[in-house]
Write a protein that binds this ligand. Structure first.
Ligand code: HEC
Ligand code: HEC
Ligand code: HEC
Ligand code: HEC
Ligand code: HEC
Ligand code: HEC
Ligand code: HEC
Ligand code: HEC
Length: 493
């Protein structure tokens, strides 16, 4: 990160003090004036009527910082007559949708960071296995109330300028708006309060980050961090303007603390990718470097693939013709996260955590994901399974191993959730590898061919020795003795 490197060069203590005491952490605040930059006079007319027509909206708004700073209904909802989603309402052209582009009139920094992040492209899920599963095996109606409420959809507008009933309400994180902007700021800032206090709570992220394939919320709740947060909400200072970890609060970190908010020497960000070093959602995890361009686009490059240099114009589909302005390697991204941890921990805990986390990811990759993926590729190449996904049991088995269980293990290890790392994670990966994947493989290609494939891909891996050679007798004896010492003779048959 440029800012961090700069900071390191000119003296950590001096700049640290500046950030802590000068309010630099709030530099992104809108610097405008009521009646000039917002507070449109005609807005009073909206307020007067909506006070009784929709008292809930009025009160939410009136008690909010927007209401108290004089930002009114019209400042956000006003639209040009020519805009696709504009309609005439009580003498004014307004739109129901208030997109990130509308918010960016006053909040440029947040909007820019959000637009370049993975969050804003989350609606681009058409070309995925998940989508095939949703649209075809499930059905489009289920995709509307499921996938798209988290990922976002494409808003369509009817002839009256109103969003169609099929496509709105929707506040998915990567919603495609009619003005070309992506996302919905309301995904995290509930209307009409739009509070940062609410966005800092883990439940905000937990609308989407939960469940069998990405249980970040459940993992957080079982981690020491989540437990202490819950017991100390009153000490979290959630409504504070400046919210620097370890300085303005210290009880525990929330999702926002680690992925978005400020720490000493680390500025806050609306780009949730700046502090992660792995992609933990793919079948096989890779560390990821980030390429940032001058046109506000960016993309990840897996470790080992060639990286462009600052000043290059990469020929990459996600570069969209831009010039590289910054390369953030996976190490830089990890260092950003470590600066958050550093607010409350010393390097022993932090390095130890990352060592244990990396080791688990490598175990999952090398012992399970790589050999299974190699066998699946061979089955496809030799025509033992069809090119179409999900029409053979073995494909479902592998899908659940990486997409559900393998992710749970990796996410559990990343965020200190031992039950997800093991019982909901690696335990299930192991069980389903040995007792679903392998039996299914034998069923599909016959014992002899299955044995050949297992010899080729599983046997060279030390961790599978027990499967080929049986468990070692000493190890079994030791377990039996342990049980008998605890529960009496004959307790383990
Ligand atoms: C005289 C009363 C009145 C005034 C003035 C008024 N509104 Fe409304 N507005 C309503 C009512 C009633 C509805 C609800 C209509 C419904 O439920 O379908 C509404 C609906 C809306 C909607 C939602 C439209 C939809 O289709 O879901 C928005 C957004 C809105 N108003 C914004 C504004 C803004 C901005 C102003 C100021 C320019 C304004 N209103 C002025 C009475 C008013
Ligand atoms: C800070 C910007 C902002 C301000 C100020 C604001 N709104 Fe909204 N409003 C939104 C956003 C965002 C949505 C959600 C629309 C979307 O999905 O993009 C919304 C939705 C609405 C809706 C439809 C949603 C529903 O639940 O029925 C109405 C009606 C509405 N606003 C009226 C008002 C009125 C009246 C005021 C003034 C008292 C007001 N808004 C002030 C941003 C704003
Ligand atoms: C016309 C200018 C304007 C627009 C448009 C606008 N805001 Fe604001 N926003 C402000 C001002 C002014 C404040 C108060 C800043 C302060 O006091 O520090 C604010 C404060 C906020 C806060 C902090 C509130 C808190 O209680 O923590 C959030 C979050 C926010 N805006 C989000 C949004 C979102 C999301 C949108 C679009 C739906 C939006 N704003 C549209 C001017 C605007
Ligand atoms: C409860 C909210 C929610 C629902 C419902 C949901 N997803 Fe997701 N999805 C997420 C989240 C959150 C992630 C990111 C998980 C992570 O980073 O670990 C994700 C990740 C993905 C990814 C991986 C993206 C990548 O960058 O690798 C795809 C593809 C996807 N989802 C498609 C779908 C489809 C298709 C459906 C419906 C059949 C669906 N999702 C349902 C929240 C949801
Ligand atoms: C993924 C959740 C999420 C989304 C989506 C999101 N925000 Fe935020 N926002 C937050 C969090 C968390 C904070 C509090 C950061 C901190 O601790 O200082 C915040 C703070 C803010 C603030 C307060 C200013 C500040 O820095 O304290 C503004 C303004 C704001 N967001 C605007 C926006 C706008 C505009 C959008 C849409 C482009 C948006 N946010 C989308 C989570 C989100
Ligand atoms: C409305 C749903 C939704 C909410 C709310 C939400 N996210 Fe996400 N998040 C997603 C989806 C979907 C993805 C996957 C995007 C993709 O890869 O296409 C994602 C991806 C991420 C990533 C991975 C980013 C990357 O670059 O790979 C992180 C980290 C993340 N979210 C953190 C958060 C945090 C922290 C919050 C709360 C402050 C939050 N999210 C709120 C839906 C959501
Ligand atoms: C103590 C800090 C911490 C807290 C609290 C935390 N995370 Fe994380 N999160 C991490 C770390 C560390 C990683 C792995 C980073 C890496 O790849 O180097 C991670 C990874 C992620 C990812 C990327 C997963 C992927 O598939 O690649 C998502 C999404 C995410 N966290 C969301 C959340 C959400 C949502 C919450 C709250 C419910 C949360 N995190 C709480 C530290 C935290
Ligand atoms: C706002 C302060 C804060 C931040 C930031 C924070 N932690 Fe923690 N962490 C705590 C507290 C408090 C505990 C509970 C200590 C205890 O009693 O075990 C804890 C516990 C832990 C534990 C469990 C230790 C144990 O003894 O069981 C680990 C591991 C950990 N944190 C790692 C991290 C990592 C890695 C990061 C950064 C990604 C991080 N923490 C960020 C406050 C924080």
């Amino acid at each position: 990160m440029i800012i961090r490197k700069y900071i390191k060069n000119i003296g950590i203590i001096f700049v640290g003090l500046l950030i802590l005491f000068s309010g630099m952490a709030n530099a992104a605040r809108p610097a405008g004036k009521i009646g000039v930059d917002w507070g449109k006079k005609e807005g009073q007319f909206c307020i007067n009527c909506h006070m009784t027509e929709t008292p809930g909206i009025y009160h939410q708004w009136n008690n909010s910082q927007h209401g108290q700073s004089g930002v009114n209904c019209l400042d956000c909802h006003q639209a040009e007559k020519t805009e696709k989603d504009a309609f005439l309402h009580e003498g004014q052209y307004v739109a129901v949708i208030v997109s990130p582009k509308d918010c960016s009139k006053c909040h440029q920094a947040e909007s820019k960071e959000f637009q370049r992040s993975h969050h804003s492209s989350a609606a681009e899920i058409l070309a995925s296995l998940d989508n095939l599963l949703g649209e075809v095996l499930g059905g489009p109606e289920a995709v509307t109330v499921g996938c798209k409420q988290c990922h976002g959809n494409k808003i369509e507008i009817d002839e009256k300028g109103k969003p169609t009933l099929d496509t709105w309400p929707n506040t998915g994180i990567g919603r495609i708006n009619t003005d070309g902007s992506r996302g919905a700021c309301t995904a995290c800032h509930g209307r009409h309060k739009f509070s940062r206090a609410q966005a800092r709570t883990p439940d905000t992220c937990g609308k989407c980050h939960l469940g069998p394939d990405h249980p970040q919320k459940e993992i957080y709740e079982e981690s020491k961090h989540g437990i202490i947060y819950k017991a100390s909400i009153a000490e979290m200072n959630l409504g504070s303007d400046k919210w620097v970890a370890g300085v303005d609060y210290s009880a525990a970190p929330t999702c926002a603390t680690c992925h978005m908010s400020a720490a000493p020497l680390l500025p806050k960000t609306h780009d949730v990718g700046e502090r992660i070093s792995w992609n933990l959602r793919t079948p096989i995890s890779k560390k990821i470097n980030l390429v940032r361009l001058d046109n506000d686009h960016q993309y990840d490059v897996p470790e080992g693939k060639p990286l462009p240099k600052v000043g290059d114009k990469p020929n990459h589909p996600d570069a969209k013709g831009g010039t590289v302005i910054e390369i953030m390697t996976w190490k830089d991204r990890r260092e950003n996260m470590e600066m958050v941890c550093n607010a409350c921990h010393t390097s022993g805990v932090i390095k130890g955590h990352y060592k244990q986390f990396d080791d688990l990811v490598n175990l999952y990759n090398n012992k399970f994901a790589k050999p299974i993926a190699a066998i699946m590729a061979e089955l496809k190449k030799t025509g033992k399974i069809t090119p179409s996904p999900f029409d053979e049991t073995i494909e479902w088995v592998w899908w659940e191993i990486w997409h559900h269980e393998g992710r749970r293990a990796r996410h559990g290890a990343a965020m200190m959730g031992p039950d997800y790392a093991w019982w909901h994670g690696m335990y299930e990966v192991a069980k389903h590898t040995y007792f679903e994947f392998i039996p299914e493989l034998k069923e599909l290609v016959g014992d002899k061919e299955a044995e050949h494939l297992l010899e080729k891909y599983f046997k060279p891996i030390k961790g599978h020795a027990w499967f080929f050679d049986g468990l070692n007798k000493d190890a079994i004896d030791q377990v039996r003795k342990g049980y008998e010492a605890r529960y009496g003779k004959g307790s383990m048959k």
